[in-house]
Design a protein around this ligand. Sequence first.
Ligand code: A3P
Ligand code: MG
Ligand code: MG
Length: 384
Amino acid sequence: KRRSEVDPESLAPSETLHKLSYPPTTTPTASKPIPFQQPSTLLTFSYTPDRVLEFNNSAMKHYVDPPQGAELSYGYDRWIKRPDEKGRIDHLLKAWVKVRGGGSGGGIGVVLWRGVMTKILIAPYEDREGWDLNVMCINGTMFFEEHLWDERLKEKNDMAPRQRTQTYYGYAFESWCTSSNPKRPEALPGHRRGWGGDVDTNVQWCNVIKTKLGDTRMVIGGEVDCVRGDYNGRNDNLVELKTSMSIRGPQDEARFEKKLLKFYFQSFLLGVPEIVVGFRTPNGKLTTIQSFKTLHLPRLVRGKPGAWDPSICLDWGDRFLSFLKGHVGQKETAGPEPKVWRVRFVPGVGVSASLLDEEGVKEVEGGEDRVGFLPKWYWDEEVG
Ligand code: A3P
Ligand code: MG
Ligand code: MG
């Protein structure tokens, strides 16, 4: 029986259940801060409108200032929306194999998408939504994917009209703020001046970076919105774009400061140094834009009503990965039967990890050509 409601005990027999309790959000548990290594770019790739992965920068855009008062509802009817899908790791593995060449990958402990790592890190401040991950370990490297229940996926795809509109505002902002030319906004025939082109959410530019949290080397992939000026092959002039409702009072301000935590880690993890926020009216009219330096956000919120402390998150993240290494890493996935772990986060409680039974593994494979959640081609390459 499937349930979208999270219950740490509902997963599996207790002998395979391991738990990591939640850290307090006010005091870090480590005596000194957990180091996080400056992320460096390994490789970039693009998705075409047909959702084909290409190892080039065809989907890369340049930042330009948006027109004043731009309408974020512009082009809504022409939005080509990529359906929400399971957060499979296939394309990241493709990139990872390419980066490694013939080599072994050199002590990489974790490979995952940026969105998954963000969720893990901000868990100490998440009091509403739980999540499930699937984890496998091969030759000392742990692979993560978000486990989306079928219902949750359907829910995401059947977005309420109002929510759909608001989601579109975010993409329209990206279009108003980007150009194929580093020096000037687009002037596309038949469109309002400065419109970067109709939104097609199939098209994405992704960066794959390496970094290290505590003792764990990681490879992380994620979408990057644009580049300021010319691209130099590094991540030091990348820009993340965000929209948010205009701030009209202290309550709005606290809400915004809370939201900055997610903005922060999303950008921090890939080494994106700048976040441009477009403030908008409820109806999608752009009011102002403000640029933030990613690394300055923690001190901007310090002592405010919506305050958070990134060292709490890094501390938790380090404990989380060590916890998994101690359990998942002890049962290597090798052998004919893949071992897949389900990691469940319950807000205010912590995480639990349990080994899936045969039926659980089948569900993860979803009738596709997979071993656990890993594509068969990757499995064959690694395990043989
Ligand atoms: P905003 O965040 O500006 O609203 P990203 O900011 O990660 O590049 O994502 C671009 C846009 O995709 C977001 O713009 C938002 O509209 C939409 N989006 C991203 N993640 C989402 C989520 N979890 N749920 C709904 N919409 C999301
Ligand atoms: Mg984006
Ligand atoms: Mg963005």
